[in-house]
Design a protein around this ligand. Sequence first.
Ligand SMILES: Nc1ncnc2c1ncn2[C@@H]1O[C@H](COP(=O)(O)OP(=O)(O)OP(=O)(O)O)[C@@H](O)[C@H]1O
Ligand SMILES: [Mg+2]
Length: 326
Amino acid sequence: MRDPILRIEDLHIEFRTSRGVIHALQGVTFDVMPGEIFGVVGETGCGKTITGLSVLRLLPRSARITQGNIRFEGVDLLKISQREMRSIRGGKISIIFQDPSTSMNPLFTIGFQMNKVIREHLKFSREKARERALTMLAATGLPDVERIYDSYPHQLSGGMLQRAMIALALSCEHSLLIADEPTTALDVTIQSQILQLMRELQQKLGVAMILITHNLGVVANMCDRLVVLYAGRVVEIGESRSIFENPQHPYTRGLMSAIPAPGSRGNRLSAIPGNVPIDPGALKGCVFAPRCAFVMPRCLKESPVMFHLSKDHASTCFLAERGDLF
Ligand SMILES: Nc1ncnc2c1ncn2[C@@H]1O[C@H](COP(=O)(O)OP(=O)(O)OP(=O)(O)O)[C@@H](O)[C@H]1O
Ligand SMILES: [Mg+2]
């Protein structure tokens, strides 16, 4: 059995707000194996982005990690210096955000920005870095890469810019790529092209990828394993196939019935009534109980623990524990 490239263990994150402390993440645990695509799924506000940002120590100032640890290639990321963290960011782990305009600086050309990152992390000469950037741009299927290299971000379409972002994120021989809703801002037809491209490049380069999305349909096609988060907690985790064939948590079921049909945007989860609680830390019992169609008296009083159905599939639901298939 190989060691995981990333191990997140019992991670707790709090936000200090004017209305008090919000317990945004409560005991999230998962491993990512080298070379795999690992999905992080859940509705808006359930903690997907802050989980990704915590790996790079890029959480907003109002956030605090109060418990847990994050190990990357055996190194405890929460204990290393800022300087060591900087060399891991970009060099070993990179991130693609939902909105490329937050990652590309509008004042500099695509080529300038790629060149700088590649020189910094791979210690390449300016000329060699340019070659590398052009190769990576071409690998994403962009035409006329010399022109794109000299373009400013606003001169590219959304889809072209997202391809350039992927080229940038993959140009430094990383071992882990975190992609946070990498295609949500794009047209549906372009979305599937970009996802396919990411998968192809990911396999070719052998990089591990965390794919963050609210769309379980995306995960079904892409991921080897996945975790379903609800209100800052893991509700189901395991091999994608096992979860899709035999979901063990009512929330996962709800997400599955909300998978948009091809061609629709389908961002609303109409299949699950109610909303994610604002401060899940304040709830007693199972965090999903207030919205659960299968709620039992016990669910309002006790917090379910992780129940393992098999080596590769676990869920935090009393029904899964009882072996009841609902
Ligand atoms: N800047 C912030 N200030 C206060 N609380 C925050 C802040 N950012 C996030 N949170 C809290 O953390 C929770 C998780 O936020 P996060 O951005 O990780 O959600 P998400 O799952 O990525 O949602 P989305 O699908 O909308 O991107 C939020 O519900 C909120 O309670
Ligand atoms: Mg997010």
